[in-house]
Design a protein around this ligand. Structure first.
Ligand code: ZN
Ligand code: FE
Length: 258
């Protein structure tokens, strides 16, 4: 697989995206130095750049240390995150491309969790992959610290357009609690029941639930299922409610769910 997940901190994921032809790699969201340096040494890759999905400390916290240790001079983040991402050297915006070996990674601006949130999309060996940070989780979506429901809804729709086979590599291992909420507001959705059984099995053995695929997310992620009749009725919304309204109500219900 061209992507190597690196569990960091309590429940974060950093990733290596490796060009199979050149062995050059990008390091996504390094938040803990030890596991990141271990993974780089183990995989014997040459890290050319750090790609940051957003400025939160649990995603960029060891940029400086890792860049210093591995002699990395390219650190990417959104244009609007200038000053918020440690050691940022490249200020990108929607549609920009980052070249890693023979891989061309495209930048998607997906505001909502933060104003400068971006996702990185690439096709490697015919396999489409996307790094979604805290915008899209397996079966969930990040809190709206710097955006409205309408803005986040638009960002998720943009990601959904990447197509069913796209593999989703997200910023946190929140899958089990996300699916508990999904089951709560859409109890008759069989895809949620199956995803919960799978996640429980994996987590019992301390295995990762990433990646999922966009196809799977469309089946069970409540934040992508604003047209679900069952979700609308669970939230007491009429069938005339807009997708943005339903999205906002799902967000609020998730915030209040324990
Ligand atoms: Zn965050
Ligand atoms: Fe985070």
């Amino acid at each position: 697989m061209p992507v190597i997940p690196i569990p960091c901190l309590a429940d974060n994921y950093a990733y290596l995206l490796v060009c199979p032809e050149t062995n050059d790699a990008a390091l996504i969201d390094p938040s803990e130095t030890g596991p990141v340096l271990d993974a780089v040494a183990r995989e014997k890759v040459r890290v050319m750049a750090i790609l940051c999905t957003h400025h939160h400390h649990d995603h960029v916290g060891c940029n400086h240390e890792v860049a210093h240790a591995l002699d990395i001079h390219r650190i990417y983040g959104h244009l609007s995150d200038g000053g918020r991402i440690p050691d940022q050297s490249h200020f990108v915006s929607d549609g920009d491309r980052v070249v890693i070996g023979k891989i061309s990674v495209s930048v998607l601006h997906v505001p909502g969790h933060t104003t400068g949130s971006i996702a990185y999309f690439a096709t490697v060996d015919g396999e489409p992959v996307v790094f979604t940070g805290d915008t899209l989780f397996v079966a969930g979506s990040g809190r709206l610290f710097e955006g409205s429901p309408a803005i986040m809804h638009r960002s998720l729709q943009k990601l959904a357009q990447l197509g069913g086979p796209t593999r989703i590599f997200c910023g946190h291992e929140y899958t089990e609690s996300n699916l508990r909420f999904a089951a709560h507001i859409e109890p008759s959705n069989q895809a949620i029941v199956e995803a919960r059984a799978r996640a429980a099995r994996l987590r019992k053995d301390k295995m990762l639930t990433v990646p999922s695929t966009m196809e799977d997310e469309l089946r069970y992620n409540p934040f992508l299922r604003t047209s679900s009749v069952e979700i609308r009725s669970a939230l007491n919304l009429p069938s005339s409610a807009s997708a943005e309204e339903v999205f906002g109500a799902v967000r609020n219900a998730k915030n209040d769910f324990h």
